[in-house]
Design a protein around this ligand. Structure first.
Ligand SMILES: Nc1nc2c(c(=O)[nH]1)N[C@H]1C(S)=C(S)[C@@H](COP(=O)(O)OP(=O)(O)OC[C@H]3O[C@@H](n4cnc5c(N)ncnc54)[C@H](O)[C@@H]3O)O[C@H]1N2
Ligand code: MOO
Length: 408
């Protein structure tokens, strides 16, 4: 029975669970996904501190200060960032203070150095500074006990900063998943090798390996396995113990030499199905005998790409520990500037070129001739995939479509 894109995506997602959690040094956590909540054990900022280089004062002392009638204060301390000195600022006094230094007892405002004469023993203040001005208050960022970052969050650079700010040297994260990529086809040669008649360069193993790496996996690209069942079984047998996911391309259709289907379909954990998607109709998926998940994508290069985006990328993100909306790419609405056709009964995912014109998002097919699962060189112009519902057979200039953005 034919299944929808969403049904197949759920089935593939059902093959994987997040990788085991382990503890790593903070700097090794970049790009990984937290497996614990990170909590602030104390408030941030940790203490009231100065937002300006200048003088810590009592606001009441400088309330009447003007350029024509400046206030003179005796300087009782010199506070650099990092100091633990606590000079008491009494009426008629001030402490020189630098950005980030603790506000001393008695002071309740900061006067920037620019409105003073920058004195060392005595300072002349030419402007008032009301209570609290230029003071960064304890706890105004987070309070003690607040969760700074939840389990399931990717450690982006700015989130690493938040985790570091609460003093964490280590984080508990999901292990980066290992994805093995292999392409099948006796017609394939390694790029750079001169193809004889009937042969073409392998592009899928490069596409899938780079896409899996971009999704956050550690990738082992096995390259090309010919259409020989023994060689494929050997390649899979040698690799799957180390892999969290195996991705194959080619050999899943109804041809006489469709080797992936021939080797894997008899296994009890594997299924070969038709998905109501164009391209990307024939799909294989399941578990190898040792439990390693496998996704077998069709060989046509655009089919392999579209299938990776729809099914494999979400599975890699799930392995990494992400869930929910984090499994999705951003979607946007765009106006079509050049129409194309779409097959009845299949949800089409067509590579498109995105152009922004005066704030409006415009799309046209990345390939001059519209849709075609073999138009691999035209992928060079793709920055999104337009999603055309199964009941639409013609997309016309001026229509609005949903676009999955694959490059920014
Ligand atoms: N009689 C039928 N024939 C086909 C059907 C069908 O329903 N009935 N479905 C078509 C569809 S749709 C697709 S998609 C393909 C899927 O075929 P396979 O997964 O078996 O892929 P292959 O036959 O191995 O290759 C298809 C095509 O892609 C080229 N290819 C394969 N691997 C690579 C690679 N690594 N790099 C670049 N190009 C690759 C290959 O040379 C073929 O041209 O089946 C249709 N046929
Ligand atoms: O479904 Mo195939 O993937 O059209 O090219």
């Amino acid at each position: 029975m034919i299944r929808t894109v969403d049904q197949h995506r759920d089935a593939v997602l059902g093959l994987v669970v997040p990788t085991a959690a382990h503890t790593v040094a903070l700097e090794d956590g970049a790009g990984l996904v937290l497996a614990e909540d990170v909590t602030a054990h104390e408030a941030l900022p940790r203490f009231d501190n100065s937002a300006m280089d200048g003088y810590a004062v009592r606001a009441a002392d400088v309330a009447g200060a003007t350029p024509g009638s400046p206030v003179h204060l005796r300087v009782v301390g010199d506070l650099a960032a990092g100091t633990d000195a606590e000079p008491v600022v009494e009426a008629g006094t001030a402490a020189r203070i630098m950005t980030g230094a603790p506000v001393p007892p008695g002071a309740d405002a900061i006067v920037p150095v620019e409105v003073t004469d920058a004195g060392i023993v005595e300072v002349e203040v030419r402007e008032p500074s009301p209570a609290g001005r230029h003071v960064r208050r304890v706890g105004e960022d987070v309070s003690a006990g607040d969760v700074v970052l939840r389990a399931g969050s990717e450690l982006t650079p700015y989130r690493l900063a938040a985790v570091a700010s609460v003093g964490r040297a280590e984080v508990v994260v999901h292990r980066r998943p290992v994805v093995v990529v292999l392409a099948t086809g006796s017609e394939l040669v390694t790029p750079g090798v001169a193809p004889r008649r009937g042969q073409i360069p392998d592009s899928n193993s490069y596409l899938l390996a780079a896409a899996a790496a971009a999704a956050g996996a550690r990738v082992q690209r096995l390259g090309v396995v010919p259409d020989d069942p023994d060689l494929l079984a050997e390649a899979l047998g040698a690799q799957y113990p180390a892999a969290d996911l195996v991705v194959t391309s080619g050999g899943v259709s109804v041809g006489a030499y469709d080797v992936v289907k021939e080797v894997l379909a008899p296994l009890p954990g594997m299924s070969f199905v038709s998905v109501a998607m164009q391209p990307g109709k024939p799909q294989g998926f399941g578990l190898l005998p040792d439990g390693t998940p496998v996704v077998s994508l069709p060989g046509n290069p655009v089919s392999a790409f579209v299938s990776f985006e729809a099914f494999v990328r979400p599975a890699i993100l799930r392995l990494r520990g992400l869930s929910g909306a984090a499994l999705e790419r951003p979607r946007l609405r765009a106006r079509v500037t050049q129409g194309w056709s779409s097959p009845a009964g299949r949800e089409q995912h067509i590579p498109v070129t995105i152009v922004e014109d005066d704030g409006e998002v415009l799309v046209r097919p990345a390939a001059a001739r519209g849709s075609g699962s073999h138009l691999v060189a035209s992928l060079a112009a793709a920055d999104g995939l337009a999603v055309v519902p199964a009941d639409v057979e013609q997309v016309t200039e001026g229509d609005h479509v949903t676009v999955i953005r694959i490059a920014s």
